[in-house]
Design a protein around this ligand. Structure first.
Ligand code: MG
Ligand code: MG
Length: 254
């Protein structure tokens, strides 16, 4: 069931979104060769504590009952798509890191992700990052009252594929509100004439995961980290948005 939010709900989601955006900006500035992903995790955790926000990813239950997620952020490097576990891995020149972060602040969730190059990356990798972010923006443009959700999904897919990349199918975006994950699922692919009609007060987390090679993915033995099957690089951008008659509002704008 899709939960429609009141203006008051959305005002609170704006606060959660602002915090998420601010922390991601801080983390983005820290990304450089020599830093480890655990350090980024600590910075995010400290900010949550200062602001009284709950870092929702920490101890997030595993879908198959394995150990809960141990990080405050997901830190996915290079061929890692999503759900990378932060720790001792040191970033080096030419790597890319996708950082996904979510909180609950005053009872409302915010969720956003960015992919950041570590120093200089090769031009095709740089293009992957730009195309993924723009694919997200193309999807958001379609998040209009009266459109079908499939128009969002289809626009993301079209933009990514026109640029020679592939769209991960196995993981999708989601509704967001008091809970981090609500209905409806928000795929990054599919036909435009599918899915629910969008209405004022719907709030969505749109999050394309775009791969350089095959769209197929596997999960590593740590039971969390999702990697591309062919080892090609993957990028991930996400915004939480609210749909209104005035157009889509990005709640996690940096
Ligand atoms: Mg996220
Ligand atoms: Mg999400």
């Amino acid at each position: 069931m899709i939960i429609i939010k009141t203006p008051d709900d959305i005002a609170k989601m704006r606060q959660a979104g602002e915090l998420v955006a601010r922390v991601l900006t801080m983390l983005q500035e820290e990304v450089k060769p020599g830093i480890n992903t655990g350090r980024l995790n600590t910075i995010a955790e400290d900010e949550c504590r200062k602001r009284g926000a709950i870092p929702v990813f920490k101890n997030y239950p595993h879908p198959k009952g394995k150990r809960p997620f141990p990080g405050v952020i997901c830190a996915s490097v290079n061929e890692e798509v999503v759900h990378g576990i932060p720790g001792s891995r040191v970033l080096k020149e030419g790597d890319i890191i996708s950082i996904d972060f979510g909180v609950i602040l005053n009872g409302y969730a915010g969720d956003s992700a960015i992919t950041v190059p570590v120093g200089e990356v090769n031009p095709q990798v740089s293009k992957l990052i730009e195309v993924t972010e723009q694919a997200l923006m193309e999807g958001i443009k379609q998040a209009q009252v009266g459109n079908r959700l499939g128009m969002v999904s289809n626009s993301v897919q079209k933009y990514a594929e026109q640029n020679g990349f592939s769209v991960v199918r196995q993981f999708v975006g989601h509704g967001i509100g008091r809970a981090m994950h609500e209905d409806p699922p928000v795929p990054n692919y599919g036909r435009p004439d599918r899915g629910p009609f969008l209405k004022e007060g719907m709030t969505l987390a749109i999050e394309p995961m775009i791969n350089m090679g095959t769209f197929e993915v596997d999960t590593k033995p740590d039971e969390w980290t999702v990697v591309t099957r062919d080892g090609g690089f993957s990028a991930h951008f996400e915004h939480s948005i609210a749909i209104s008659e005035r157009g889509p509002e990005i709640l996690t704008l940096r």
